[in-house]
Ligand binder design. Structure first.
Ligand SMILES: NC(=O)C1=CN([C@@H]2O[C@H](COP(=O)(O)OP(=O)(O)OC[C@H]3O[C@@H](n4cnc5c(N)ncnc54)[C@H](OP(=O)(O)O)[C@@H]3O)[C@@H](O)[C@H]2O)C=CC1
Ligand SMILES: O=C(O)[C@@H]1CCC=N1
Length: 263
């Protein structure tokens, strides 16, 4: 299957890098074009991808066209390449905030798989939501799911929940990195080097996430396991909550969802 990328910025490259790392797609099967030749040509060359001179050339060459561009240009760009989307071709879009109904306004008959990935696909540890439109066949959906199963976990998500998923999985790596950096800065405040503190905080975060996934306990029970009576952890937890930890996280997720919904 030939896969064509329209746009190869942070998210497009995270996906391509993940596929190449996991050997899920051969570089010769990937076609890319973006706004600046100085951006996509060296990236294509170093990875053995096909650099194309236009979005239309990508759509002509590919079996599946991936939209990895910003929301404000996505519909016009799809409209422009639509003549190349002949029978059997389909589209994967990761564009935030655009619904399947939005794509139908410019390309009503084109099979579309809407996804919401996150940057951790680059290391095979992504979390990607999937939903197809009515024109997408079961085989096309299965092919799309297989591509993203190769670089992390996938989940079929109702479209009404995409904005929530986007906050909890698409944007949340930034929030988790923020948390890790905050812990690391506290470590630096108390005399550790930034590199050592970051590694300690990241490994503790990774292990804690694995524990939540693998344990049969809910996070609150796990919190209690760590918090010895009269001990250090409960003192820290109460100080964090006094500073509004949970409210701050929920407000951040609320703001992310509101922005995605255009509110
Ligand atoms: N970043 C993330 O973690 C996530 C992003 N998304 C979604 O992915 C999409 C892309 O985001 P992201 O990768 O972060 O953005 P970037 O700004 O990093 O990348 C945007 C890409 O679009 C290219 N581009 C701009 N104009 C055109 C055009 N007319 N034709 C073809 N390519 C064009 C740019 O080209 P050039 O490189 O040459 O300048 C660049 O490669 C967005 O819709 C976003 O909502 C979804 C989930 C997570
Ligand atoms: O910040 C953004 O708009 C995109 C959507 C999800 C993650 N990044």
């Amino acid at each position: 299957m030939k896969i064509g990328f329209i746009g190869a910025g942070n998210m497009g490259r995270a996906i391509i890098d993940g596929w190449l790392k996991m050997k899920a797609v051969a570089p010769a099967d990937i076609y890319v074009h973006s706004a600046h030749a100085s951006s996509y040509e060296p990236y294509a060359k170093v990875n053995g991808l096909n650099a194309m001179e236009s979005n239309l050339a990508v759509a002509n060459a590919a079996d599946v066209v991936v939209l990895a561009i910003k929301p404000n240009i996505a519909l016009d760009t799809l409209k422009a390449v639509q003549p190349a989307l002949t029978a059997g071709k389909w589209v994967i879009t990761m564009v935030s905030g655009l619904s399947l109904a939005d794509y139908a306004t410019v390309a009503p008959d084109v099979p579309v798989l809407r996804i919401m990935p996150n940057v951790n696909v680059a290391i095979g540890a992504g979390m990607t939501a999937l939903i197809g439109n009515a024109a997408l066949s079961a085989d096309q959906y299965a092919a799309g799911k297989k591509l993203f199963d190769a670089i992390g976990e996938t989940s079929e998500v109702a479209e009404k929940d995409f904005s929530t998923f986007s906050a909890l999985a698409g944007s949340s790596p930034a929030y988790v990195y923020f948390f890790i950096d905050a812990m690391a800065r506290a470590g630096v405040k108390h005399g550790l080097s930034k590199a050592a503190a970051t590694k300690i905080a990241a490994q503790a975060t990774l292990g804690s996430a694995e524990m939540v996934l693998k344990s049969d306990k809910i996070p609150f029970d796990l919190i209690d396991q760590v918090s010895s009576p009269g001990g250090t952890t409960v003192a820290g937890l109460l100080a964090m909550e006094e500073a509004g930890f949970m409210t701050s996280v929920v407000k951040g997720i609320d703001a992310t969802i509101a922005k995605e919904l255009g509110e």
